[in-house]
Design a protein. Structure first.
Lengths: 216, 216
């Protein structure tokens, strides 16, 4: 398997293919065309073929891709053969909503704890996930083996919490705040920005660029 | 200005540049380098130059890009010279959290209504946004001139609500559910999928591909 650095855009498309391949696999479909993968994920069939050609000789011409085998390759490429241990920092409306996403565990991300500063919210359990006091963040992350944190707090404490998460040994942070965080070189960061998606919609509407159905 | 179709990945990067240019502009910075734009948005300087070269002769070699002028070009390209009228469908935890995002209005998306099926939640107002009964969706969308809908409901009613939104005249839907919606050819759709972002983190962690700071 080659180890070239795949661009962020490509990784995002691979995720989209994987999402659809999981559905097809659950439905018992043996084969899928690049055309169908493209339509389902908002790209072109040529792009699908180009993306997937990096990972071996899948998809004989005119035959399509074998669903389960391709799914398993993408699972391996994306580092999803293991279950990741995840915490949610902030158990307000957004954080609580995230604790309810059953889809995450199915896709390899097990939420094992939430952290919250408001004593009124601490001590509860949301869908089986304990809401712990943020003072115990370092100890609990260590004890529970948390690797990825979802930052769902107000903007003000975001930077400092990111530093604490990094110091506690977290290796990835998904940032829902509008604040730029900089937890240091050992920690991967991604920003979840709703306005970016809305701007994409705006572009599509204004240019009439799509016949709908683009995504994820 | 050219009118070539810009790919989804490019639009996403333009959004990232715009997000950062707005910050720089607020801070009074006159000029920014492709290197800095790249670092802030998780791409390469070469990619930044390639993306922006499509929109005219910005960025004289060695001088960097003029912040305000580039910001305004991106605002125009992305269709953000106007304010979009947005509704949130579903006023549960996630929907309520979205109603609290002050950043959206600043970035061109004014949330003017929320719709909810639970009578206990209807009639309230969350941060000034009225929570209306979903039965009145069609009438209210028409009356309030809603153009974009954010779908923040459980999976089960998502498809049918997307049809209703399309019939009511909405031209874009941001889908937070795990259900594939198909509102028809006149409606742009984007999927907001947290697992896609987590999979991106997973890839980055496993491959050690980044020194952090990638995004949005």
């Amino acid at each position: 398997m080659n180890t070239r650095r795949i661009s962020d855009s490509t990784v995002r498309r691979l995720s989209g293919y994987l999402r659809y391949l999981r559905q097809l696999s659950a439905d018992g479909r043996p084969v899928v065309s690049s055309r169908e993968l493209a339509d389902e994920t908002g790209t072109t069939a040529a792009q699908v073929r180009k993306d997937l050609s990096q990972f071996g000789s899948f998809g004989q011409r005119g035959r399509g891709y074998p669903v389960t085998a391709l799914r398993d390759v993408l699972i391996r490429i994306l580092g999803l053969r293991r279950q990741w241990r995840v915490c949610v920092v902030g158990a307000g409306r957004l954080g609580s909503a995230l604790l309810g996403y059953e889809d995450l565990a199915r896709r390899g991300f097990e939420v094992v704890a939430a952290f919250e500063i408001d004593p009124a919210k601490v001590g509860r359990s949301v869908r089986g996930v304990p809401v712990l006091p943020v003072e115990e963040l370092e100890r609990e992350i260590d004890m529970r083996g948390v690797e990825i944190a979802i930052l769902a707090v107000p903007d003000a404490p975001a930077r400092q919490l990111a530093q604490r998460l990094a110091a506690a040994g977290v290796t990835g942070i998904l940032n829902f705040t509008s604040t730029k965080i900089d937890p240091g070189p050992g920690v991967a960061v991604r920003v979840m920005d709703i306005a970016v998606e809305l701007e994409g919609l705006s572009y599509t509407i204004v240019t009439g660029a799509s016949a709908g159905g683009a995504g994820p």
